[in-house]
Design a protein around this ligand. Structure first.
Ligand code: A3P
Length: 261
């Protein structure tokens, strides 16, 4: 058994379904996951510790297996593409995306929950997403910026050709995980091993859960699949209109059309 550097990395996007994707890929016998987010390439202090530090964070695996890690901050952090390129210029990169407005609200919901836990009040989503002076979409708001997928991807394309990326449809991973996972198996050149047996819908959770074998199954933590606050429909419309041209560009670059509104 050895600790191998990852052959594939889930680089983002935050709230796209990165945990579900990693856990589901781990159903494959040839895939071994790094359980924690390592934050090696996006955190200067960690990066300064060097590649052997990173390797030591990896799980033990057999040489014929592949290691995968996920750190969603990689996708939006300036320095990361160059740093990953320096480690392995032929690495495979997985990006899981959701409809950008839904993703932004999911992102907001996570931050809101953190504030509430500390008994702090927080702004309403509408106040953060729309600039009160101009009534236009507030592009300084991080949850909005993160959802402009094409802008981030363009930075990555300075280092890696598009063939090294695979886009996972995070909305479909929720409702119909198997075909999405089969596309990833293909992209990673893995024999198809994940089957419907491995995924069962749990009505109480409202999500698919994972069945590894007759004894062991699990659902994701309760923090995955939060109830989103209701958002003013006119704000949703405004955001969808704002994201539209960026989405078109994203489909064009990646070759994956997602039919977002
Ligand atoms: P919501 O909490 O907005 O529903 P990430 O792991 O990148 O933070 O993504 C979290 C999202 O994963 C959740 O967002 C949820 O919708 C989605 N997800 C996809 N498949 C899931 C599953 N099987 N169980 C729970 N959440 C899942």
């Amino acid at each position: 058994l050895v600790q191998q550097l990852p052959k594939a990395i889930i680089i983002g996007v935050r709230k796209g379904g990165t945990r579900a994707l990693l856990e589901m890929l781990n159903l494959h016998p040839a895939v071994v996951k790094a359980s924690q987010e390592i934050h090696f390439f996006d955190n200067d202090e960690n990066y300064g510790k060097g590649i052997e530090w990173y390797r030591k964070k990896m799980p033990f695996s057999y040489p014929q297996q592949i290691t995968i890690e996920k750190s969603p901050a990689y996708f939006i952090t300036e320095e990361v593409p160059e740093r990953i390129y320096k480690m392995n210029s032929s690495i495979k990169l997985l990006i899981i995306v959701r409809e950008p407005t839904t993703r932004a609200i999911s992102d907001y919901t996570q931050v809101l929950e953190g504030k509430e836990r500390k008994n702090k009040t927080y702004y309403k989503f509408e106040k953060l997403a729309i600039d009160p002076n101009t009534c236009e979409v507030n592009t300084k708001y991080k949850a909005v910026r993160t959802s402009i997928y094409t802008k981030h991807l363009e930075r990555w394309l300075k280092y890696f050709p598009i063939e090294q990326f695979h886009v996972v449809d995070g909305d479909r991973l929720i409702t119909e995980p198997l075909p999405e996972l089969q596309l990833v198996e293909k992209f990673l050149n893995l024999p198809p091993r994940i089957s419907q047996y491995n995924l069962y819908f749990n009505a109480t959770r409202g999500f698919y859960c994972l069945r590894f074998n007759i004894i062991f199954n699990k659902c994701l933590a309760g923090s995955k699949g939060r109830i989103h606050p209701e958002v003013d429909p006119s704000v949703i419309t405004k955001l969808r209109k704002f994201f539209h041209p960026f989405n078109q560009k994203f489909y064009q670059i990646t070759g994956r059309t997602l039919n977002w509104p």
